[in-house]
Design a protein around this ligand. Structure first.
Ligand code: SGN
Ligand code: CA
Length: 521
């Protein structure tokens, strides 16, 4: 108070009072911009800020900037580990059964319902989305959208806008970055913005940018200790189809399309997905880049199943990590853009991905299971002056919390219908009492890609209880003694008390979140 009076007095003497008064007013009114960056299938194991041994060999320095300058969430989870459903939960703040988008194979997202961008738009924000959408219906609540068709393509992809569909020459991650910057250049500078930049990468089939074709050729990634998991005691795990050494396609996934000693194609099994949109010059350069490293595979004794399986893991990791390299470059470019344009201080920047992913754990790629690697989602968040640099948040948070949190930061009332809660207090060094102690999870897409059985379950800090309800099969894991979820202790002597506690908590959550009975049978 005293200080303000002092400033006013000086200003008055200098004749500056009206200007300073105005600046104070603007500052009070200024609401933050939100830049929401989401990639597709980017595992926490592949973000170096999380410290996993895999990521140390292929670091992500630009994404890490957000953790250094802001917060890193170490227990952020999704409620249904698959693309469309996670995106729908983020937009609505509701679990799948209420927002209606329960599986990728759903017809389309009901865009007439209330969503985060709609609320922000009504409250004076300019809203835009660039990149992967994957919810089939046209985006609603956005002043501008430029989205990929379905999953999108890595090379020379189509982008759809309200006006038309156009194919652009270039690599998808770079194009999304360029279009994002273009939108920022031309935005309405009188309004705060909410901008979603959604990368396709590093989604299957992991095609790197040409400049990164060979960057990890000489890197040997550490094999997860449970790579040769035998799935004992876990029925659903033993019936999946997402095993690196059994289920990956040699051409599409492992890029074994070039024969020994030549650059002619060995086979091109999924031309439209993989190489279809490359020009013939691009295909030629691709063959040259892969020929030599593919020869190394042919040198292996093909009957030596273990060596072949390990080779496949290395190839998978080299491709996956190389694809992430351009995502990290994109984040760097966008953060630099904010710096150069004076936007850094008033912009909340979020980096996340739609769900977690397996990088060889249990022998797998893909996601869907409620096990840790696919249920966990990376989350990094920077808001200078409001979130302390280097902050770690280890309380249980979920993708349904994103929308309420952003609304909270923008000073907009959170609709009661949203099921998530704002995690802003966790970022503000306040002591937070009564934070949730368990998370609900429900995966529906069976039958479907990778044959993961439908299941629901509950996760606490220490335990995970999963019900594969079609088979009435229960799994219980003690994450403290068994962090890799190898040992299903459901039904074992001594687990009666904890099982009944978790079961009643699970029932409470299903009631609380209004999960219809017919979804649990
Ligand atoms: C594609 C992939 C699958 C993946 C689904 C869903 N096959 O079908 O491996 O599980 O997408 O992914 S691909 O060879 O066509 O890439 S999601 O991230 O969109 O949910
Ligand atoms: Ca995904």
């Amino acid at each position: 108070m005293k200080q303000l009076k002092y400033i006013k007095e000086i200003s008055f003497c200098l004749g500056l009072l009206p200007v300073i008064g105005q600046a104070t007013e603007n500052k009070q009114e200024k609401r933050p911009n939100i830049l929401f960056i989401m990639s597709d299938d980017h595992a926490v194991q592949a973000i170096s800020a999380y410290g996993h041994s895999l990521s140390k060999l292929a670091p992500t320095p630009n994404i890490d900037r957000l953790a250094k300058q802001g917060a890193l969430f170490t227990a952020n989870y999704c409620g249904n580990s698959i693309c469309g459903p996670s995106r729908a939960a983020i937009l609505t703040g509701k679990h799948s059964h209420l927002n209606g988008f329960m599986q990728n194979s759903n017809k389309s997202f009901d865009g007439s319902q209330e969503t985060l961008p709609k609320i922000l738009q009504r409250n004076g924000y300019e809203t835009a989305i660039v990149g992967k959408w994957h919810l089939i219906s046209k985006p609603t609540g956005f002043d501008y959208w430029k989205i990929l068709n379905d999953q999108g393509e890595y090379n020379n992809p189509d982008f759809i806008t309200e006006k038309d569909t156009t194919r652009y020459p270039g690599y998808v991650t770079d194009l999304i970055t360029d279009f994002t910057k273009e939108w920022l250049d031309h935005r309405d500078k009188e309004k705060p913005f909410f901008l979603m930049m959604h990368h396709k990468a590093p989604h299957r089939n992991w095609v790197p940018a040409e400049r990164h074709y060979n960057i990890y050729d000489n890197t040997v990634f550490p094999l997860p200790e449970n790579y040769f998991d035998d799935y004992e005691g876990r029925y659903a795990a033993s019936h999946q189809k997402m095993n690196i050494y059994r289920d990956m396609y040699e051409g599409h996934d492992l890029k074994m399309v070039v024969s020994r000693g030549s650059d002619s194609l060995r086979f091109d099994p999924w031309p439209h997905v993989f190489m279809g949109k490359m020009t013939s010059d691009e295909k030629q350069r691709y063959r040259v880049a892969y020929r030599e490293k593919n020869d190394l595979f042919f040198d292996l004794d093909q009957n030596d199943e273990k060596s072949v399986a390990i080779w496949k893991f290395q190839r998978y990791m080299q491709e996956y990590m190389a694809t992430i390299k351009s995502v990290d470059e994109s984040v760097g470019e966008i953060l630099d853009y904010l710096d150069k344009n004076g936007l850094t201080d008033n912009t909340i920047v979020v980096y996340t991905t739609d769900q977690g992913f397996y990088l060889g754990e249990h022998g797998w790629f893909d996601k869907r299971f409620m096990y840790e690697e696919s249920m966990i989602m990376p989350l990094l968040m920077r808001y200078p002056g409001k979130i302390n640099p280097g902050k770690k948040v280890s309380k249980l948070t979920q993708n349904i919390d994103f929308a309420p949190t952003f609304l909270d930061y923008c000073g907009i009332e959170i609709p009661k219908e949203m099921q998530g809660v704002s995690f802003r207090p966790l970022l503000e060094n306040k002591s937070v009492k009564n934070w949730r102690e368990s998370l609900y999870y429900h995966y529906y897409e069976f039958p479907g890609f990778h044959s993961v059985r439908a299941h629901y379950g509950i996760k606490t800090d220490r335990y995970k209880l999963i019900h594969f309800y079609k088979e009435n099969n229960w799994e219980l894991f003690d994450l403290k003694s068994d962090p890799h979820e190898m040992n299903n202790i459901s039904g074992r002597k001594g687990t009666e008390k904890i099982t009944s506690k978790l079961k009643s908590e699970l029932q409470r959550l299903q009631k609380h979140y209004e999960v219809p009975d017919e979804h649990c049978k």
